[in-house]
Design a protein around this ligand. Structure first.
Ligand code: DX5
Ligand code: ZN
Length: 218
């Protein structure tokens, strides 16, 4: 099963309801990037704004935390009604507890890896995880180029998931996913795709969602 997750990071923030509505029949989840200007050099939504977005989204929300204190705040995004909450392993001092807190609050729990982090660092948590997010750009900004060099990591994760029969775990890629790059990521084993600029810089975001899904499904 393929999941398409439009990132509203670079959508029109003056009309987020409209931006979310336009993809609501062709996408699966709205990807919500939370940045604190410390873990990454960029700032996005406050918790209050995030709650408003989660509460008004026509699709389930996939929250991606790029913050230094996920062990403290992740649970708030789960309680706010996110379908999924992912936090960076690099920022967490107690991933296992944070995973459990997210799940206990009713969301799927995801761990994200920056390009420099190896799959081996997350392997011990795979049993508890609902999603592994492999970044295919340095987190912080939309519109960057897809890092093909991350594909061995995706392949390694897919192989591990197969060997350990972790069939409910989603394998997500985020960064530079487009009509040109999604085939490579799908071939490597990703099944859940975040795309920001490819979708929202297009005059027809819904059509791009459909095309991304069609390519990834081949
Ligand atoms: C980047 C964010 C991404 C971003 C992707 O740190 O995590 O979700 O919005 O944007 P594109 O698809 O333009 O690379
Ligand atoms: Zn993201």
């Amino acid at each position: 099963m393929i999941r398409i997750c439009p990132s509203i990071l670079n959508a029109n923030h003056q009309d987020l309801p409209g931006e979310m509505a336009i993809v609501s029949t062709d996408a699966d989840l709205i990807h919500l990037d939370i940045m604190d200007n410390i873990f990454v050099p960029n700032m996005t939504f406050s918790l209050t704004q995030a709650k408003e977005i989660i509460g008004s989204s026509p699709l389930p929300v996939d929250t991606h935390l790029m913050v230094i204190n996920p062990d403290e705040v992740a649970v708030e995004y789960a309680k706010a009604g996110s379908k999924s909450v992912s936090f960076h392993l690099e920022a967490s001092s107690k991933p296992e507890i944070t995973i459990k807190c997210i799940k206990d609050s009713g969301a799927r729990a995801g761990v994200a890896l920056k390009p420099d982090s190896d799959f081996s660092e997350v392997a011990e948590f795979m049993n508890y995880l609902d999603m592994l997010l492999i970044m295919t750009v340095e987190p912080g900004f939309g519109g960057q180029s897809f890092m093909e060099s991350m594909m061995p990591k995706v392949e390694q994760a897919r192989k591990y998931i197969g060997e350990h029969a972790l069939k409910d775990i989603w394998l997500q890629v985020d960064g530079g996913i487009s009509l040109e790059t999604i085939a490579r990521a799908a071939q490597a084993g990703a099944d859940t795709f975040v795309a920001g600029s490819a979708i929202y810089k297009s005059p027809d975001p819904a059509a791009v969602c459909r095309e991304l899904r069609a390519i990834a499904s081949r």
